[in-house]
Each structure stands twice: as structure tokens, then as C-alpha cells.
Design a protein around this ligand. Structure first.
Ligand SMILES: N[C@@H](Cc1c[nH]c[nH+]1)C(=O)O
Length: 376
């Protein structure tokens, strides 16, 4: 199959599911992906300045602009579920030297349907059908569920500041492990002026001065405002008693869950039962039910489907089930298909003016070709 034939085959599957073809804007104001796509994509954005000096980006994926279309549609007063599909170009600085900066994504985004295990399974099966239509056999499928960690944290009944700190730490570089290791240490003296500053500007200036004094350049993908928010969170959590040893143990156990997707619910359940976290059961039941439904729809994938509790945590807009389909001749950073649930994105993009459950997925035809042993 040629690249064009792969695009056609995948697009046909998504179109025949009833989705409307779209090709939204190529260029977005940079704050949208900076805030909403997460650290993993942020470092790879193709950024430029327009003639007025506003920072813009080439769309790093289609999910953001399509969710923007849906937010506008809903904000204009139109209701009801809606599905879009596309075969369109996206732009990212390559993660590996062989990856292109400009590539095609063939995908779909569904809004306003139930946020349920059966919708997750159905969307997953649709992508799998498109992968098969491209005449390729996946070698592995990685899955995760970004609602599980917050559900465990909520079930722990910690002070809100501590829970919030752990939830946001989970999504950042180093993850919760890094946070737990850092949590017992008091905030360093040279950072206290940052915390004591009265205004945002003063806090940022104090933080930059502390970095300069330490000789540390600011090169990460997190903004100064986010780092300061993190420091404030750490200080507040410490003032509220810190992270108790049992919580560290539970989080450690959770972070270690890395098994077949069919075993995932049992492993999560064992942790919840051991620590009496009854409120986590709803999230665990969803993991169990989803995998049962996936196995009913696609009995063959059971053998190649894994589950990791930390999987996908650095892609900010996902907030539930997510997956990556891997092919031959590619690394696990080069999935041929990726997708997931992002029920909070439309609200985030529209600043709360519109709300919609959402799930979607894409196939990368260039990688499908490579998985078949042919260059793009
Ligand atoms: N936009 C995601 C894939 C996706 C589509 N819809 C939901 N997720 C990506 O580029 O990896």
C-alpha cells in the first residue's frame, strides 16, 4: 500500500462511522497547546511569531483545533452528540531523527456521547478496524487510564492542597515519585522570597533571581508561573502535614502497576482493598468493564494489550482511557495509532462556556509504512 492508499483506507473507516470530514485551521495561538497539550508535546511545538509579535504555533495535532470547532458549535447554542474525522497535516519537532516534522494524521473525534466503558471500547475497536484496513498487525498495544490516579488520591481523603499537589505532580516530569522524594524537604531558603512576594510579577522576579544566583538556566517546558504554583502547592501541602508514609506506600504500589490489560483491574483492586480505599472502586470497575468489552469486540488483542498506571500522564488533555498501538520496526515512542478520552478539553478551550465528553484517535500513515518495512 502507498501512503495515499493508507490514508484512504483509514479515512474510509472513520467516515463510514458517521463522522463529518473537517480540516480546521493550521495555526493556533500558542497559549492553547502550551496550556492544554502537556509537557510531552510542549517541547516539540513548532512556534513562530506573527507580525505583531504574538506567539503562534503550527497545529501539533488535530484534536485541539477540532475540539475548538466543537466548543464554538456548542457555545452557539447547538446541542447533541457530534463526530468529526480528518486526514490532515500536523507539525511537531521530531522526537527522533527519522521522524518527519510535518506528517499526516488520519483520525476522528467524538463529542457528547456517554463517557462510559462501552464508548471507550467502541472507539478503540474503530481505530483497530482502521489499523487493520491499513493491512497491518500491531505488535503491542499500551493502555492506561488517567482517571485512576486521581480516584485513588480522592479516596485517600487527604487535605485538598495535598491531593491537588499529588495530582498535578503525577502529570509532570519525574511524576509522583519525584514529588514524593522532594516532598519531605523544606522549601529552600533562597526560594522563600518567591513564596512571600505580594504580586505575580514580584514572585517571578524573585524566582528568576534565585535561579540566576544558582547559575541555573530556565530551559524546561514548564513556565515560571507553573513552577511557582508548584512551589506554593508544596509549601501548602507541607503546612497541612505533608504526605504521610502510608500514602507514599500506596502511590508507590500504584506507580508500579504494569501488567496485561486483563490483569489491571485486579491489581488495582488489590491495592484499594489492602488500604481500605472503597471510593476508588468505581474507577477500577470502569477499567475492568472496558477491558471485558474490548475482549468481546476484539478477542485477538487480549494477548498484546498492556496496562500501565502512569501511561500517558504527560499528555495533559487526556483524562480517562488512553492507548497507543505499536508496530514492527518502530520504537515505543513512535506509535502507529494513539488516542484517548479528554472529557475536560472542550470546557478548558471555551473557558467553561461549553462542555462535552470526548474521545478520539489518530493513525499515522508514515509510521504504518515504516511498520510494513517501507520508508515514508
Ligand atoms: N491528538 C492525539 C491523538 C488523539 C486524537 N484524539 C484523541 N487523541 C495525538 O496526536 O497523538
Amino acid at each position: 500500500m502507498t501512503h495515499a492508499a493508507i490514508v484512504r483506507a483509514a479515512r474510509r473507516v472513520f467516515e463510514s462511522s458517521g463522522a463529518e470530514p473537517v480540516d480546521p485551521s493550521y495555526i493556533l495561538p500558542s497559549d492553547i497547546p502550551l496550556e492544554l497539550s502537556g509537557e510531552a508535546v510542549r517541547a516539540r511545538l513548532c512556534v513562530f511569531a506573527d507580525q505583531r509579535g504574538n506567539e503562534m504555533v503550527m497545529r501539533p495535532d488535530l484534536t485541539l483545533p477540532v475540539a475548538g470547532l466543537e466548543a464554538e458549535r456548542l457555545a452557539s447554542g447547538v446541542n447533541g452528540p457530534k463526530a468529526y474525522c480528518y486526514a490532515a497535516e500536523a507539525f511537531r519537532l521530531p522526537a527522533t531523527p527519522e521522524d518527519p516534522m510535518e506528517f499526516t494524521q488520519v483520525g476522528f473525534e467524538r463529542f457528547g456521547r456517554d463517557s462510559s466503558p462501552s464508548e471507550d471500547a467502541e472507539a478503540f475497536a474503530l481505530v483497530h478496524e482502521a489499523v487493520q484496513a491499513c493491512d497491518i498487525r500491531p505488535v503491542a498495544i499500551a493502555t492506561g487510564d488517567l482517571a485512576v490516579f486521581p480516584a485513588f488520591i480522592d479516596a485517600l481523603g487527604l487535605p485538598r492542597v495535598t491531593g491537588d499537589l499529588l495530582k498535578s505532580g503525577f502529570r509532570q516530569e519525574g511524576g509522583v515519585r519525584g514529588l514524593i522524594e522532594a516532598a519531605p524537604a523544606p522549601i529552600e531558603d533562597d526560594l522563600l522570597p518567591t513564596l512571600e512576594a505580594k504580586t505575580r510579577e514580584e514572585a517571578e522576579a524573585a524566582f528568576r533571581a534565585a535561579l540566576e544566583a544558582r547559575g541555573i538556566p530556565l530551559i524546561g517546558t514548564r513556565s515560571v508561573a507553573e513552577i511557582i504554583a508548584g512551589l506554593r502547592g508544596r509549601a501548602a501541602a507541607q503546612a497541612a502535614g505533608g504526605v504521610p508514609p502510608e500514602v507514599r506506600e500506596i502511590i508507590g504500589a500504584l506507580a508500579a502497576v504494569n501488567c496485561t490489560a486483563s490483569e489491571a483491574a485486579d491489581q488495582l483492586d488489590a491495592i484499594a482493598v489492602r488500604h481500605g480505599l472503597t471510593k476508588a472502586h468505581e474507577a477500577i470497575d470502569r477499567v475492568a468493564r472496558r477491558m471485558e468489552l474490548i475482549c468481546e469486540l476484539l478477542p485477538d488483542v487480549k494477548a498484546i494489550c498492556g496496562f500501565r498506571s502512569g501511561f500517558g500522564r504527560r499528555f495533559t488533555y487526556y483524562d480517562g482511557f488512553l492507548f497507543e498501538t505499536l508496530g514492527a520496526n518502530l520504537t515505543d515512542r513512535q506509535p502507529i495509532a494513539t488516542g484517548g478520552r479528554y472529557d475536560g478539553l472542550v470546557a478548558g478551550l471555551s473557558k467553561g462556556r461549553a462542555h462535552a465528553t470526548a474521545i478520539g484517535s489518530v493513525i499515522r500513515p508514515d509510521r504504518v509504512l515504516r511498520a510494513k518495512g517501507r520508508g515514508a
